[in-house]
Design a protein around this ligand. Structure first.
Ligand SMILES: [Zn+2]
Length: 565
């Protein structure tokens, strides 16, 4: 599970996750259509012994915390292949068990201050303290020189909403300044053009960078503001000043901007004032549809830094169980095998074993593979994808989704497993990103089957849906489940659930204490795994192609990918 700026609260949030089951009345027709197509499925006995054996093995010290590119990777990949073979899967990459994932590490060095000249008064922002920047282009030096500056509001181009902050604008070679989050983030409800306080992908920093790049901007600077960002400047600074990790693209990142970065709110205000503009006024104006971007006329941006570049090869592991009737249609199970490797020692222990995060998810993949094989192949094929480099930014899943072995247009949907429930069986189910796709109807059925209640995601404004491997697929149109136990435990209720998840987050999350011996309850994992089995089996037995609800940011990608079918 990803750490900050996705925040150390990720685990607590997952366990306190909740869902909205459903969307509003306008989604109902789509949901009903999907509901009629959901088949009944039998859930076979799942092997607790396998779940425990795989979790124990992968989280043992011999694997050194499973960092990509280390001897720990060699052992991990070999072990997963062995377990896939034993489970009766076939190699998933044209006879091979693995897909190479080329990784690049880029570290900015010798960064200059960011200076804005040409305004009423020069404005200087110090690196790390007032601004941060890095490059996704694999090149030794990054320089922004005398670049015009344009305020583009939220920096959103959403054709399905008729919203385009770049309308009529040419930002080629320019530096765009954007607001974090999306225009209706202050709304109390989770309804509205951009889902109210729930974050859409248009609100995420990665979207801001991607859209600026599509528009041809040289640089993008996101104005930091703690509330809409959901984290302080300290998180922005620590996440953006060290090494940045990429999956290598063939063009070396030529399609990216020259530089991505953030600027402190106070500095942004100084910058706007130097151009004779009022930041607060423009920020308010940017919330309204039809907002016209504003050039900070006369102001030029300048900064530069060197890039230290290191490359290494890692691997995704892929096994497949061919479908009995429609083998060229695929249901995905994903989980990340990587973890943090050697880390800050606690009481002399410097191995971040990652037992829950995410040896448990890989153990889940193997356990489900066995169960599917034993129960007999479903109509559609099942792909078991163990991805690398999730902890460095969802890189293995992103690489697979952009270079799929099985076409995404033929991929029905899937289930991502990241840090299974180690705190005990729950009375509730929380869906992260509920209300977005027709998969909600499946979760409703699963809740009925398991006698659990669906609860709303408690903090949709934090955008957790965009922070684990399922998102790599969602972004390209494939609907993916992200659900699991909420906090309301069968034994001890909400109080016990909160206590247990807070205890994990404080004492073991991304720390050497996330060890096999610390997992004292396996019943919660087993009950969630049964639901994950059923979810995948349903998708593999229906002939439906679940889609995103009308107006969702990922629907266009799905429609486009399915159009040729
Ligand atoms: Zn993690």
């Amino acid at each position: 599970m990803l750490r900050s700026p996705r925040s150390a609260a990720a685990f607590a949030a997952l366990l306190s996750l909740a869902a909205c089951g459903g969307g509003d009345a306008s989604d109902k027709a789509a949901t009903d259509t999907a509901a009629t197509a959901i088949p009944d499925v039998q859930i076979p006995e799942l092997s607790l012994a396998t779940l425990q054996e795989v979790t124990k093995e992968l989280s043992s010290d011999a694997y050194e915390g499973r960092a990509p590119g280390t001897p720990g990777e060699e052992k991990t990949v070999a072990y997963i292949i062995k377990k896939y073979q034993e489970a009766g899967l076939q190699p998933g990459n044209n006879g091979q068990w693995t897909q190479d994932v080329p990784l690049v590490e880029i570290t900015a060095k010798n960064a200059t201050p960011l200076s804005f000249t040409g305004g009423k008064t020069p404005v200087t922002a110090q690196y790390a303290k007032d601004y941060v920047a890095f490059s996704w282009r694999v090149q030794p030096k990054t320089a922004i020189k005398d670049s015009d500056v344009v305020f583009v509001g939220y920096g959103i181009n959403a054709p399905e909403k008729g919203w385009n902050d770049y309308a009529g604008l040419d930002v080629k070679g320019k530096t765009v300044v954007v607001l974090v989050n999306d225009p209706d983030w202050q709304t109390k409800e989770t309804k509205g053009e951009f889902n109210g306080r729930a974050m859409t992908y248009y609100g995420r920093w990665s979207y801001k960078y991607e859209e600026a790049a599509r528009q041809g901007a040289a640089a993008v600077l996101i104005v930091h503001d703690t509330e809409p960002a959901a984290y302080g400047w300290n998180v922005v600074e620590s996440s953006n000043t060290g090494t940045q990790y990429l999956a290598e693209s063939k063009d070396g990142g030529a399609k990216e901007t020259v530089a991505n970065g953030w600027i402190q709110l106070a500095k942004a205000k100084e910058l706007f004032a130097s151009a004779g503009q009022d930041f607060d006024k423009l920020r308010d104006a940017a919330k309204v549809k039809g907002f016209k971007s504003v050039a900070l006329t006369g102001v030029k941006a300048n900064f530069s830094f060197d890039n230290e570049i290191a490359k290494k090869m890692s691997r995704n592991v892929i096994g497949v169980l061919p479908g009995a009737k429609r083998p060229d249609e695929y249901v995905l199970y994903t989980g990340h095998w990587d973890h943090l490797g050697r880390c800050t020692p606690v009481a002399g222990d410097d191995i971040c074993n990652g037992a829950v995060d995410n040896a448990s998810g890989i153990a889940g993949l193997v356990t489900l593979a066995q169960a599917f094989k034993t129960a007999g192949a479903p109509d559609r094929s099942i792909v078991f994808l163990a991805v690398t480099a999730e902890e460095s930014g969802l890189l293995g899943s992103k690489y697979y989704a952009e270079n799929p072995i099985f076409p995404l247009a033929q991929t029905v949907g899937g289930v991502n497993m990241d840090a299974l429930n180690a705190v005990g069986p729950a009375k509730d189910i929380v869906v992260v990103g509920g209300g977005k796709s027709e998969l909600d109807a499946y979760v409703e059925k699963l809740a009925k089957m398991s006698d659990r209640v669906i609860k709303a995601e408690p903090t949709p404004e934090k955008g957790f849906y965009y922070r684990s491997d399922h998102f790599s697929f969602a972004k390209l149109g494939v609907p993916m489940f992200n659900f699991g136990s909420g906090n309301d435990l069968i034994v001890g209720g909400v109080e016990a659930g909160k206590k247990a998840s807070e205890d994990y987050e404080k004492n073991r999350y991304h720390a050497p204490g996330d060890e096999y011996e610390a997992i004292t309850n396996w019943d919660g994992m087993m009950s969630d795994l049964r639901l994950y089995y059923a979810a995948g089996r349903m998708l593999a037995m229906t002939d439906a192609w679940p889609n995103w609800v009308e107006g969702d940011e990922f629907r266009a990608a799905r429609d486009k990918s399915r159009a040729g079918k």
